[in-house]
Design a protein around this ligand. Structure first.
Ligand SMILES: [Ca+2]
Ligand SMILES: [Ca+2]
Length: 364
């Protein structure tokens, strides 16, 4: 485990603004922008409760040149086709996760004891052992600051390791999920999400599936609701004000919001922007988009063969999508469809959850 070092991965995402492959990307935008959603869908039957069918089609994955908020790792944009799939209309809730735990007795990673010998194998050699008081079950909480942050790379200023924080205690010991059945479950590590999927007969979306679904059929849209940046406050739970010091909560929520608090996108999907980040099944590899761009349109890409992140070389990271209640234009602006971040597979956070998908074959 390396939960304490999840935060290293955050560094990856807010640097390296250099844009490679821009000329190629322009070509792709022209060739795919009007393809639209495929109309050659076979009959797939009635979606399971809480899911909708997303018809397959081709789209441009990644950030356009015109997106001045995009980070380098959202580029180059590249053509992708995804087959149709069913997807949860909302982030998995506390009530849903509770059913799984009650049925299986599953213990999330945040609730388990920490094995330092196991943890240190995934950390840079020579990393000192944290004090024993820190090596206890817990997770990462957003604590904010009381001052204006000058060095936005130093996220330790607004995140803290909290012993006792887990999905049942989202703000640490003493907090609870009582009365919050319809809130997204958080402090869920990748392994936890996989365990839920296995029990539910589902799987996690690929990054391409997730991004395609977020667009809601508006294939050139920057946001899940379309192109209008001015609608951010009314369409998603994000952060308003000076991050991470002052959240003015103009969208109505200072932290998590119940799922479905904002309008769905055109596919009927809620909170594809903001509220909680969502796991995908793809490994995070900084070279992956550059590899895809040379092959032409790729059908159902499943992510890189292995994780690779030079800024966090000992970690095994997966791609997460959608941003959270902490996203702000001054920091990561990750409420955009193409935004992405890496998270170590054994790490949960206060703003990280998931939703599931299924193919017709999985439901037979
Ligand atoms: Ca908010
Ligand atoms: Ca979300």
């Amino acid at each position: 485990m390396k939960r304490l070092f999840l935060t290293i991965s955050l560094l990856t995402l807010f640097a390296c603004k250099e844009n490679k492959g821009g000329e190629v990307k322009k070509t792709i935008e022209k060739t795919t922008e009007n393809k639209g959603v495929s109309v050659r869908e076979k009959e797939v039957g009635t979606p399971p409760a809480g899911m909708v069918w997303v018809p397959g089609g081709s789209f441009t994955q990644g950030a356009y040149d015109s997106d001045n908020l995009a980070l380098q790792h959202e580029k180059p944009a590249h053509p992708v086709h995804v087959d149709g799939f069913f997807i949860d209309i909302n982030e998995v809730t506390n009530a849903q996760f509770k059913k799984f735990v009650e049925a299986t007795g599953y213990l999330t990673i945040a609730e388990r004891e920490i094995d330092w010998e196991e943890m240190k194998e995934q950390l840079p050699p020579g990393t000192p052992k944290p004090h024993d008081s820190m090596l206890r079950p817990g997770s990462l909480l957003f604590k904010g600051t009381t001052y204006t942050v000058r060095n936005m790379d130093d996220f330790y200023q607004w995140w803290e390791w909290k012993v006792g924080a887990d999905w049942r205690h989202p703000r640490g010991a003493g907090s609870s999920i009582e009365g919050k059945d319809n809130y997204p479950v958080v402090h869920i590590a990748y392994e936890d999400a996989l365990a839920y999927c296995k029990w539910a007969g589902r799987r996690l979306p690929t990054e391409a599936e997730w991004e395609y679904a977020a667009k809601g059929g508006q294939l050139n849209s920057k946001y899940s609701w379309g192109k209008d940046e001015e609608k951010l406050k009314t369409e998603a739970n994000t952060w308003q004000g000076e991050f991470p010091k002052t959240n003015t909560s103009e969208d109505g929520f200072d932290r998590l919001a119940p799922v479905k608090s904002f309008s769905p996108n055109a596919f009927g999907l809620y909170d594809m922007a903001g509220n909680v980040w969502e796991w995908t099944q793809d490994w995070y590899n900084v070279n992956y988009y550059n590899e895809l761009i040379v092959t032409g349109e790729v059908a159902n890409p499943g992510g890189a063969a292995h994780a690779y992140n030079p800024r966090n070389p000992y970690a095994r990271e997966k791609v997460i999508k959608g941003g959270s209640f902490l996203c702000n234009e001054s920091y990561c602006a990750s409420y955009r469809n193409s935004a992405r971040m890496a998270s170590t597979i054994d790490s949960g956070m206060e703003h990280l959850g998931f939703r599931t998908v299924a193919t017709p074959e999985m439901l037979k």
